[in-house]
Design a protein around this ligand. Structure first.
Ligand code: OGA
Ligand code: FE2
Length: 393
């Protein structure tokens, strides 16, 4: 028998506290209305990013209404903060009851809803054939469905896709099955297995138009102060309430999309082919979860980050939440803030997607989980964004 020596390492977590008000920073960026009309400082307008030098640091923030909050750094890559008690008990209840009154509906991703006749074949090692894990990842990306490796083998046996039975699918073999047939097969396969879907939750969009809810207005102002972005920009955000029951989860994903010259960023009610662009996410926990339901960041501050490995092995949070580098515990009223994008050096506006910002919701083990997603949206067209912001003055 081999003996094991375990060495206890006492980690000294240093915290520092700064009292500061960020109201001055905001004024520099904000739009103004005076007798000459509206002005948004078009030339000097820039996005801001909170600063932090180390994980575990805590800043004490005093808002203009006197509220004191603690901003704790959870990771630097991506930059994530948490703020306990960002919302009051009543504010959480307000959003939940509003969501309830409007009516929540099952969340469905676009890829689950629509027919996909054209998908990327993820031959990750470039050997011109798909291994079982590569086929699994291809299916995940094409249809937002998460089969297990054994399911893939079962599919080969049932469809005869792997004609020579060698466990690899060549382009020739793949050509025998139409994308729509593959999708139909995969869909029926997971129909009664919710854990094999990318997402299992109910949701509702609140405030699709200019809101007149005083609670929401108060929260928008609070968000604007805490992230040091002008209220006019914060008012362009989307707000969604999501409810998860037992086994409810959301596999790892990006809330935004990579910079892409082919598709412009979507604006509200966009009819074009467009991509979703969300500079920041502010996630509120609207209740205490009895067990599970953490928000997981599989590669937070991971020095070994490898995009292929993420695809192959880290997105299925229903199965692999415990392997995530960072898991944030839900607590009623807590806000988690992170940046999905960097700031572009030239425009000082929306920059590259942060590859590390991939995240999702771990399965709920006991009780329910309610969250609010507050997405700060910025597009790749700064002038148009500023025009939209001016409407809110
Ligand atoms: C989302 C999301 C995480 C969670 O809704 O986009 O990432 O903890 N949710 O529920
Ligand atoms: Fe998300």
């Amino acid at each position: 028998m081999t003996g094991r020596i375990s060495i206890g390492v006492l980690l000294c977590v240093c915290c520092y506290t700064i009292h500061y008000s960020i109201a001055d920073d905001i004024q520099d960026n904000a739009c103004y209305k005076d007798e000459n009309g509206i002005s948004c400082h078009k030339t000097t307008y820039k996005l801001t990013r909170l600063e932090s030098s180390f994980v575990g640091s805590i800043k004490e923030v005093v808002l203009t209404d006197g509220t004191e909050l603690e901003l704790k750094t959870l990771s630097l890559k991506p930059l994530i903060f948490e703020l306990p008690n960002f919302l009051s008990e009543e504010e959480c209840n307000h959003f939940r009851s509003l969501a309830h009154d409007i009516g929540l509906e099952p969340s469905q991703t676009l890829k689950e809803k629509t027919e996909n006749t054209n998908f990327n074949i993820l031959d990750l090692d470039g050997d011109r054939k798909l291994s079982v894990p590569e086929m699994r990842v291809t299916i995940e990306e094409a249809f937002d469905v998460y089969p297990h490796d054994e399911d893939i083998l079962e599919m080969y046996a049932e469809t005869g896709l792997d004609a020579n039975n060698d466990g690899f699918i060549t382009p020739n073999e793949l050509n025998k099955l139409k994308p729509s047939d593959l999708q139909r097969y995969v869909r029926s396969f997971v129909q009664n297995q919710p854990e094999k879907h990318a997402r299992l939750s109910n949701q509702v969009w609140l405030y699709p138009d200019n809101s007149t809810d005083s609670v929401f207005e108060r929260i928008q102002k609070r968000v604007s102060e805490i992230v040091a972005l002008p209220i006019e920009l914060v008012k362009l955000s989307d707000f969604q309430v999501v409810q998860y029951g037992i086994d409810g989860h959301y596999n790892a994903h990006y809330d935004s999309t990579p910079v892409d010259s082919k598709y412009p960023c979507c604006v509200r009610f966009d009819k074009r082919n467009c991509r979703i662009c969300r500079y920041m996410t502010i996630l509120f926990y609207l209740n205490d979860v009895q067990e599970g339901g953490e928000t997981a960041f599989p590669v937070a501050d991971d020095e070994m980050f490898n995009a292929t490995e993420v695809k192959l092995d880290k997105r299925n949070l229903f199965q692999k939440c415990d392997e995530a580098k960072l898991k944030v515990l839900p607590a009623k009223g807590k806000a988690v803030i992170w940046y999905n994008h960097f700031i572009d050096n030239t425009t000082q506006w929306l920059g590259q997607l942060d590859q590390y910002s991939i995240h999702g919701g771990c399965p709920v083990k006991k009780g329910k989980k309610w969250i609010g997603n507050f997405w700060i949206k910025v597009t790749d067209n700064k002038d148009e964004d500023i025009k939209r912001m001016e409407k809110f003055i």
